[in-house]
Design a protein around this ligand. Structure first.
Ligand SMILES: NC(=O)c1ccc[n+]([C@@H]2O[C@H](COP(=O)([O-])OP(=O)(O)OC[C@H]3O[C@@H](n4cnc5c(N)ncnc54)[C@H](OP(=O)(O)O)[C@@H]3O)[C@@H](O)[C@H]2O)c1
Length: 346
């Protein structure tokens, strides 16, 4: 077959640059790659394979001849340009929260619900980064034992808030070590009234506050988990925290299964699950870490323990590179799955 013409919208960003890398490493047959960003980046170069691509401004006309458009430039850009891309004949994989909860739009983690892609009508949503790694780790347990409840606390890296948040952590860390004043402008979230230092700190706010005093990030984990697992009965609660780590989100997860599951059985299921890697040997101090997850596409699972009071309760520690499995890799995996299922052109 001929290769696909692929566009990456947001190609200069934290996620977009990784999308270009993942596209280059993917199994997709590629005919060409178009790097798109804002007018500010017109003419800039971004790395692709051994060379570079010239960045172009995103316009309604950018998508002529494009088969697959990977969007990662913020929700407003997706809302503005995704319909134009679909109209031009492209299939859109959108990494923002713009379309995730629209009932007719598939929200897909290929290890969990690839069959949902069959109902697409042009746009597919890539879930939130912290949700992707959680459902990748929990799906084998859900399949084997059923899942009643999930309580998650996250320890999220600054790259999840974009390149500007990465720069803010660097600047604040240097300033703090030099005993200079800190000047937070981005975190906890660029769109809110107050900003607090992230260097040497932990901020229990990701995105703005919403209903019931949960943040939007927490609501995303709650709602997206139910949609991806196609189960509105699972009880989900989340507390999302930003920590001074550049990349790699970590999660402490408590679950209650429907049927009894021993630690050994859970370890076995995780070790055989697609996209998951078991790193669980307390006697050798083996467990997943943010630093060792960076640049890897898998989700790492360890610290699996039974709850000491609740019959079917278990605790896990789950880590993944938020820019790869949490964003760029999951999007490219979706494109690969569309290709494998013959769904790129419908
Ligand atoms: N970081 C993560 O872990 C993660 C995970 C999942 C989802 N996401 C989502 O992915 C999106 C991008 O995140 P990021 O972390 O890569 O942000 P980022 O580093 O701030 O990059 C933003 C990108 O969007 C482009 N852009 C901004 N305004 C634009 C416009 N009007 N038209 C076209 N392009 C425009 C920027 O281009 P210029 O350089 O020209 O400004 C840049 O390429 C966000 O919606 C975010 O919520 C991020």
């Amino acid at each position: 077959m001929r290769g696909y013409h692929v566009a990456v919208v947001g190609a200069t960003g934290a996620v977009g640059t990784r999308m270009l890398k993942m596209v280059a490493e993917s199994k997709l047959p590629i005919a060409s790659v178009l790097a798109l960003a804002s007018k500010r980046s017109e003419g800039k170069k971004v790395p692709y394979r051994d060379g570079t691509l010239t960045v172009h401004e995103t316009t309604d006309d950018s998508f002529k001849g494009i088969d697959i458009a990977l969007f990662s430039a913020g929700g407003s850009v997706s809302k503005r340009f995704a319909p134009a891309a679909v109209k031009a004949g492209a299939i859109v994989v959108d990494n923002t929260s713009a379309f995730r909860m629209e009932p007719e739009i598939p929200l897909v983690v290929p290890e969990v619900n690839p069959e949902a892609l069959r109902q697409h009508s042009g746009i597919i949503a890539n879930p939130n980064c912290s949700t992707i790694q959680m459902v990748t780790a929990l799906e084998p347990i859900r399949k084997a034992f059923g899942l009643k409840q999930v309580v998650v606390s996250t320890y999220q890296a600054v790259s999840g808030a974009g390149q500007s948040a990465v720069n803010e952590l660097l600047d604040e860390t240097r300033a703090a070590l030099d005993d200079k004043p800190l000047d937070p402008q981005i975190l906890p979230t660029a769109g809110d009234k107050k900003h607090y230092p992230i260097a040497f700190n932990a901020l229990p706010q990701i995105d703005v506050f919403a209903e019931e005093d949960y943040t939007y990030e927490e609501w995303k984990m709650i709602n997206e988990t139910k949609k991806i697992m196609e189960d509105t009965q699972i009880k989900v609660a989340a507390t999302c925290v930003r920590i001074p780590v550049f990349s790699g989100h970590s999660e402490s997860i408590y679950i209650e299964t429907k049927d009894h599951a021993s630690v050994e059985e859970v370890r076995q299921w995780i070790s055989e699950a697609p996209g998951a890697v078991l790193q669980d040997d307390p006697s050798q101090q083996v467990y997943p870490q943010a630093l060792t997850s960076v640049d890897k596409t898998e989700t790492f699972v360890g610290r699996i323990r039974k709850d000491l009071d609740v019959e079917n309760g278990l605790h896990l520690w789950v880590v993944s590179d938020n820019l790869l499995k949490g964003a760029a890799w999951n999007s490219v995996q979706i494109a690969e799955s569309l290709h494998q299922q013959g769904l790129v052109h419908v």
